[in-house]
Design a protein around this ligand. Sequence first.
Ligand code: NAD
Ligand code: DAU
Length: 338
Amino acid sequence: MKVLVTGAAGFIGSNLVHYLTKERPSWKVTALDLLTYAGNLKNISSLVESGQVRFERLDITDDKVIDGLFEREKYDLVFHLAAESHVDRSILSAREFVSTNVTGTQVLLDAAYKHKTGRFVHISTDEVYGSLGPTGAFVETTPLDPTSPYAASKAASDLMVLAFCKTHKFNGSVTRCTNNYGFYHFPEKLIPLFITNAMEGKKLPLYGDGMNVRSWLFVTDHCDALLRVAEKGRAGEVYNIGGNSEAELPNKEVTRMILELLGKPADLVQQVGDRPAHDRRYAVDTTKIKDELGWTPKTPFNEGLARTVAWYQENREWWGEIKSGAYLSFYEKNYANR
Ligand code: NAD
Ligand code: DAU
């Protein structure tokens, strides 16, 4: 079984590559990544060096190069995760989001269709549905209503995949997951940023009133869901993936739990100006993936968060290098005038 994972040096992609080598050791996995600011080869270097995984540094928007790869390899399965993934960056500049998330997906679809790839799983997000009020949950048929350039670019890519399924009888599925957390998470997102800032004694910039709600899923549970969709999901279908109701928490509460786990004082929290069009609440109904594919999340939030905090404590070098590099100029731009 020849498998391609795009975005394989990013947060979820690298966790998926580790998961696949453990759960499906006979699969031949190619890990593709451009290594943008968010990609880090160290996340998968042990697997590349041991020969368990082959690494290709390629740009998914480069149609000739991607066509050449599919011509050579004839993949049975593609997990497509490569993307620009940070909402705040998309607010500062949307260009890369359209290029990577929309054009990049179309380039992969063209190559996969032309070279008769067996199956294509497109990893998307609950953010395509927009924002919820205090109750209810998104179902797979909820109309798309993205509010950030990031979410709009993901919605466009989802529709492109589903259009290929309709037009070409393409064997693709779309997954829409809630917020992930876990190991190798780039420290620009809420949980890794707040863990590492607290460890450094820096302020924790909480947007607005801190009452925006996210539904958190431990990244390994997401990988489990993706493997099930790949192996048993139906073509042309969308599958929501998300945490249990105990993992649906306001940012203020997640922040409090992080500080408690680290034994740090509450006065590190600094309420700052809100994110524009900040979605108030996300939650997804996961009945479809539970009923059809038998998937449920296994990791309770307090357990997953404790493991995540411990990982950042044990891997200071990994995030220290990131936070002292080019990342500093984004931090200055995003947080200076709040
Ligand atoms: P990430 O930013 O950590 O990783 C993205 C990876 O894509 C990076 O390694 C980057 O180098 C690579 N990449 C970017 N542009 C590329 C290009 N042109 N060619 C090849 N590689 C390129 O993101 P993540 O959090 O791991 O998210 C992975 C996917 O899952 C994304 O599609 C995202 O929309 C989706 N998703 C993320 C979450 C979440 O909570 N993190 C939740 C739901 C869905
Ligand atoms: O819902 C799935 C999405 O989850 C994915 O599609 C995205 O790729 C992923 O980045 C994530 O998006 P969010 O915008 O929800 O994640 P982020 O970690 O940026 O923010 C989580 C919440 O925390 C959100 O309400 C904004 C808030 N926040 C974030 C940062 C970075 C703060 O209060 N302060 C911060 O500094």
